[in-house]
Design a protein around this ligand. Structure first.
Ligand SMILES: O=C(O)C(=O)CO
Length: 312
């Protein structure tokens, strides 16, 4: 995990780098942050009251190499006057691209198909074998319309999608106009969507919002795609919806927990495609995220405006 902890000396910053490709244990992390002025973290590191107390009063800035910030206790950071940097925009294209790939892999059953081809299931050509659902003439719903939702819609439009609809805590007229998306209620989003892409941040309001209540209103042919955070989905309800044919399929890049244990029931379902949180995993994007996170950190340490600061 590329975490850095900074202590300012006379002219330079002293970097304490976790260069191991593992998450530091809680006790180790608490030990290492002591006295630091800045922390550069990734989304697996919980920045909560315990960690902030361990860091102590020198801490001025937390820079997360992620667009999501549900791993940060914002109230605690605000209370202590600690500035926060994050990495929006630089990953939008990459996440949108992966979302489209996951949507197609799920709706056209690509993982099942390659498995059949490899393992002898490929017999004579059969009329309905491995049939899926196509985007042409479909209605695509977006739950949480931000930059990423718009980028997904822009990429899906050439597939001849008939209509884009969205819901959010408020109307997003500027973004919606870019993709000619219509605002609907959450119920209507569930009822009308052939493809439902979840793009909202994980907040107390969105925690578990994709639950039986939502799935039970969806179409039987609907494909559910989540590249936001696992916490927005009630996974027991999703399992029930998928295994009983209430909806046609789900593609998940995010789960609860991560990694999802290999014995998890969702892994037993052919109509559930699960990826290990790789939406932003391109060399270009990860480089941009790292550079932005480092620049946010340095600006915060120097008391300068950050390239991307979260307003607390
Ligand atoms: O930046 C984030 O929040 C991610 O989830 C990276 O994919």
């Amino acid at each position: 995990m590329p975490s850095f902890f900074c202590q300012k000396e006379m002219y330079e910053f002293n970097l304490i780098l976790n260069s191991a490709h593992t998450i530091l244990g809680c006790m180790e992390l608490l030990k290492r942050v002591k006295g630091c002025e800045g922390i550069l973290c990734v989304l697996t590191e919980k920045i909560d009251a315990q960690l902030l107390n361990a860091a102590g009063p020198n801490l001025k800035v937390v820079s997360t190499m992620s667009v999501g910030f549900d791993h940060l206790s914002l109230d605690e950071l605000k209370k202590r006057g600690i500035r926060v940097g994050y990495t929006p925009d630089v990953l939008t294209d990459c996440v949108a691209e992966l979302t489209v790939a996951l949507l197609l892999a799920t709706s056209r059953r690509l993982i099942e198909a390659t498995h059949e081809a490899k393992t002898g299931g490929w017999g004579t050509w059969r009329t309905l074998w491995l049939c899926g659902h196509e985007l042409a003439n479909s209605t695509v719903g977006i739950l949480g319309l931000g930059r990423i939702g718009v980028a997904i819609a822009e990429r899906l439009k050439p597939f001849k999608v008939k209509k884009f609809i969205y819901t959010d805590v408020a109307l997003r007229p500027e973004l919606a106009n870019m993709i000619e998306a219509e605002y609907v209620s959450l119920d209507e989003l569930a009822k009308q969507s052939d493809f439902l892409a979840i793009c909202c941040a994980l907040t107390p309001e969105t925690y578990g919002i994709c639950n039986w209540n939502l799935f039970s209103k969806m179409k039987k042919n609907a494909i559910f795609i989540n590249t936001s955070r696992g916490g927005v989905v009630n996974q027991e309800d999703l399992y029930e919806a998928l295994s009983t044919g209430l909806i046609a399929g789900a593609g998940l890049d995010v789960t609860t927990p991560e990694p999802l244990p290999t014995h998890h029931p969702l892994f037993t379902l052919k109509n559930c495609v699960i990826l290990p949180h790789v939406a932003s995993a391109s060399y270009t994007t990860r480089n941009s995220m790292s550079a932005l996170a480092a620049n946010n950190l340095l600006a915060g340490l120097r008391g300068e405006p950050m390239p991307k600061e979260l307003k607390l």
